[in-house]
Structures are given as C-alpha cells and as structure tokens.
Write a protein that binds this ligand. Structure first.
Ligand SMILES: [Zn+2]
Length: 230
C-alpha cells in the first residue's frame, strides 16, 4: 500500500513542478503512511519534477528516516506536526509560492475576488508570524499546526504556505488554487483594490459549487492526464 502512496507523492510533486510551485529543490509534499508507520515525504536534494517513488522517505516525529534511501528535508516538522494535530489530514504541501509570500507580506486579507479565493475565505487565511525562518523543530511545527487550526491552509509570512487536506489530490489542487488566489489578489491590489468581491454567503456557495469533492477529483485527474502519466 505504501508503494501506491509513494507513487502518488511522486505524481503530486511533478504536478506541483508543472504549475511552477517549485523553488529549486525546496518545497515538499507528504502523505500519512496508511499503516500508521509515519509520514512519507518527498526526499531532499531534488526538484519537484525529479521526484519518483524511490525519492520519497518515511519519517517519524523526531525526524528519523524509517524507510527509503534518500535524505529527508530539514522542515519535516511542518508535515509531522500538522498530521499529529489533525487526524483528518492525510496529505500536506509546503511551498514557497511567490504570490502567497508577496500577498502575506502586504498584510492584506485574501479576498474572494475570483473562484479560487472562495476555497479559502471566508474567514481569511490564517497567518503564521512566529518566525519567517525555517521550521526546524517539533515545537515550531506544533505552533504552525496550531495556527493552521482546522483550516485548509496557512500563510507562513515571509516564507511560504502550508496546505493540509484529506488526501494528496486535494492537497495538490488546493495548493494550486491558493497560489492562483493570491496571484489574483495581488493583481487586484496593483489595480487599486477590489470594488467588487463575493459576499461571505456567495463565497461559501461558490466553494461548494466550484470545489466539491467530485470537482477537485476531476481537476486532479486532468492534471495527471496533462503529465502524460494517467
Ligand atoms: Zn520552507
């Protein structure tokens, strides 16, 4: 079963690469081991587009590599601590999305000015401000997980994003949606700010209509087909 999961991590990483979510070899995607053995993660030292099933590692909450032959990322606590706090979360993405970092630095809210924003707001996306430095300890990972709370994503101010979901397809698609939503908001701000935005009620309705489980699954299948692997 872990072989299937490792392959899905690899596919997810290559989709993230294709959507320009990579930052050289930084950024990661993880999934909870189905047998509770730990967290499978993209290995360190490779770009998203270079990830294969063999370039994933199983890590525990102390960062020990339990399986796999590659190195783990230093920021593994982002993944292990979010999964420890959120039993509903089976997949986590961390990227340095340029649009998200730029928007978070402005201190402005993410507004539902397009479809994508409605996946995340209302209420506004939480902001992690305890540090803009790397998440290298369990304690910092736990603080990030606390900031995320029960939400699908958190903006790590001056650093990146963490996106949490029930499975890899949802986590990957949500990461692309967050990047697009932040990019759209930056365009709106550059044009002088929003004169029109969805009300909370409309945004919540759009969330259901645009991004229900079946539609997220359709988007994932499309992204996999576009990779040429499905
Ligand atoms: Zn990072």
């Amino acid at each position: 079963m872990s072989a299937e999961l490792r392959e899905q991590i690899a596919v997810g990483c290559r989709i993230l690469a294709g959507a320009a979510q990579g930052d050289y070899v930084w950024g990661h995607l993880s999934a909870r081991d189905p047998d509770g053995a730990g967290t499978w993660m993209k290995a360190a030292g490779y770009g998203f587009e270079e990830i294969t099933a063999d370039r994933t590692v199983l890590v525990d909450r102390d960062g020990r590599v339990l399986d796999g032959t590659e190195r783990r990322h230093a920021e593994y606590p982002i993944h292990t601590e979010i999964m420890a706090r959120r039993p509903d979360v089976n997949a986590v993405v961390h990227t340095h999305s340029r649009a998200a970092v730029a928007l978070a630095a402005t201190g402005r809210a993410l507004e539902p000015v397009s479809h994508e924003g409605t996946f995340f707001t209302p209420p506004d996306v939480p902001r992690f401000t305890a540090t803009g430095d790397l998440i290298l300890t369990r304690e910092l990972g736990a603080r990030l997980a606390e900031c995320l709370g029960d939400r699908p994503a958190v903006l790590m101010v001056n650093h990146g994003v963490a996106v949490a979901a029930k499975d890899i397809p949802t986590a990957v698609v949500a990461t692309l949606l967050l990047d697009a939503a932040c990019d759209m908001q930056l365009r709106v701000l550059a044009a002088g700010g929003a004169a029109h935005r969805s009300s909370d009620a409309e945004a919540l309705s759009k969330r259901e209509h645009c991004y229900g489980d079946a539609l997220i699954d359709d988007a994932w299948r499309y992204l996999v087909r576009r990779l040429g692997t499905g």
